[in-house]
Design a protein around this ligand. Sequence first.
Ligand code: MEV
Length: 321
Amino acid sequence: RHIATGRAHGKIIMLGEHAAVYGAPALALPVPALGCQATVSHLDRPGRGPLRLCRAVSVADGPAEKTEESAPEGLRLLVDAFARRAGLAEPPGLEVLVESGVPPARGLGSSAATARALVHALDRLFEAGLSSREVFELVQVSERSAHGRASGIDALAVGGTGPVLLADGRGSTPPVGSECHVVVADSGSGCGTREAVAMLGAAFAQAPGRRADFLDRSTELTRAALGDLENGRLPGLGRRLTDGHEMLAGLGLTTNRTDALVQAALAAGALGAKMTGGGLGGCVIALTATPHEADAVAGRLAREHGVHTWTVPVAKGAGDD
Ligand code: MEV
C-alpha cells in the first residue's frame, strides 16, 4: 500500500488550560465538526526522504486555502519516532496532504489534530498496529516541539468522542449528567500557545507562590466543574467557566476582545463564558443549556462582534470510569 489516510478533529478546553502543563487536571471537549484528515503517500525512495506538506485549510465553509510548506520540525520528529517504532531502516520519504477545517492558531487544537491524523495515516500505511498509548506518545513528540511544554490534553481531546479529563497523567471520559451546548466564538486574532506557555513559565519562575496559588485555584475549579458536568448542574458549571476566565485574565492571558466576547455572551444569556486554550487571543466558549439558547448567544456574538461561531453539542452519556 502506498497511500493511506488518518483523521482527527479540533478541541476546546473547558477548564485547566496552562495548569495542565504543571500536572494539574484539565477538562476538554472534542469538536468533531472541525475535522482534519491527513493523506500520506510513500515516495518509495531510498535514504532519508523529504517530508513534503500541503495544507488545505477550509474554515467556516469557505474555499480551501492551499499552502505548500516544508513540514514543521515537530512533524519531522514525529515521523522519525514513528520510523523507529515501526522498525524502518530510515525515516521514509513522504508527501502529506492535510485537509483541515480546524482554524490554525486559535487554540482549537489544529497542531495536535494534524499530528494525530498523520499518526493514524502512518499506522495504516505501514501496518504498525500502534496502541492508543503509542498514538498519544507520537502526537506528543510533535506537540512538545510546537508548544515547548505540552500536557497531553490536546493530544487526547483531538481523538476523543466525549469530554476528556486529564488527571494524574491519565485520560478518561467522564459521564455527562445533562445535555448542553457550547458556543465557540473566534476572536479573529491568533492564539499564541507557545508564547503564553513561555510567558507563564517565566512569571512563575520569578514568583513560585503565584504558581502554587494558580494551580490550587485551577484544580479546585476543574474538580468542581467536573462534578457539575457529571451531575447536570449547568448553572454551576457555567459559573466555574466564568470564574476560570477571571483567573486566566488575572494572569494576563485574555485580551480586550476576548474579555468583550465573554461579556457579550453572558449578556446574551450564556450560563458562563471564558477564553479557551493558550490565550492571548484565540477563541472564547460559552455554555448554554438548549440549542435555542446557543443560537441566541451565537447570533448576538456574530451580529454585534462580527465573529464566526460554532456550536458543540454535548450529549448526556455514561463515560468510561
Ligand atoms: C492548550 O490547548 C492547553 C495548554 O494548557 C497547553 C497544554 O496543556 O499543553 C495551554
